[in-house]
Write a protein that binds this ligand. Sequence first.
Ligand code: THG
Length: 377
Amino acid sequence: MQQAVQLPFLAVSRRTRSTPFTRRVTEAGVKAYTVYNHMLLPTVFESVEADYHHLKKHVQLWDVSCERQVELVGPDAGRLAQMLTPRDLSNLTVGRCFYTPMVDETGGMLNDPVALKLAEDRYWVSIADSDLLYWIKGLAYALRLEVDVDEPDVSPLAIQGPKAEDLVARVFGDQIRSIGFFRYEYVQFQGQHMVLARSGYSKQGGFEFYVDGSHNGEPLWDAFMKAGEDLNVRAGCPNLIERIESGLLSYGNDMTRNNTPHECGLGKFCQTQKAIGCVGRDALLRVAVEGPVRQIRHLAIDGDPVPPCKDLWPIFAGGKKVGNVSSAAWSPDFRTNVAIGMVRMTHWDNGTRVEVETPDGIRTATVWEKPFSDQED
Ligand code: THG
């Protein structure tokens, strides 16, 4: 049974960086934070389940400032960008965003950012939770590349949910409706041109506004809140349940440096043969020949709602360990516990029955190749 325990408190300091929106997020009644890229990331407003239902019906503003930008500027920016990833960047044209696995010399995942090409000599790498800046600066220095690598004062604000397009159109005009998926355009705010992309860490549709200059954070937040009153706009955040249903991976949780992009199911974002200069190219070409022996899968865990997944939960079959669950939550819409885990090839086929050792005991579960949101009925 659940015990009534006092939750530990997160002590905030300069290291646990606040964001341009933290004051607004506090006023909106944020109930929990995590730390991501040494910065505050809200995780709960009303409750994870209430936030989930609202996200799927209305529109939310997400303070995802912690998706920090690593900016590459200079004649060697493109060459350096291609060194970071096995994704072929020759078709990353200005105006596009690419989801890019980034790897070390062994092909191990260092991060899974969104890369934006702003100009022939200028890129933003919108990073997940690892200190990628140091890896990139190290490469640039060691190879004497003609490129500056730094973190600009740019903070993404995500507008997510089925009414996101209507809300953004109210503030920036109907022309934003024609922005394609993973493309961006410039819009004017406070007399400044800023990047507005159709992207975001949910499958409910939406945009990410790259707020240029911290002082612009609150005015933009307030403009969206005012324009969206009758759309039921609220403060929200990446939602654990929705992102597991949608199969969106979380770096550090679902994958680490011990995994290749292929193990993460990110093979479709790798064209390693074409990625000339990619640091992990040789290692990945070698492993691609054999193929991975374990891979990310989506699992339905039977029974009552599982407790929070704070560490890996072993997956067993016939008494043998065949993988780990790394993320799990009760899904009100799918009426089962949804989960993401790494499963050995002997048990990764669709419909395979396995057992998961949760802190509450052993549960039966079913392995699925596709995310829940992609499955029919
Ligand atoms: N947006 C931006 N930066 C980010 C994230 C983001 N940085 C951190 C983190 N999220 C990086 N991780 C992801 C994971 C998944 C996706 C984006 C960033 C994503 N994937 C879609 C998918 O897998 O279906 C679409 C990928 C595609 O088709 O190109 O959106 O969310 N700015």
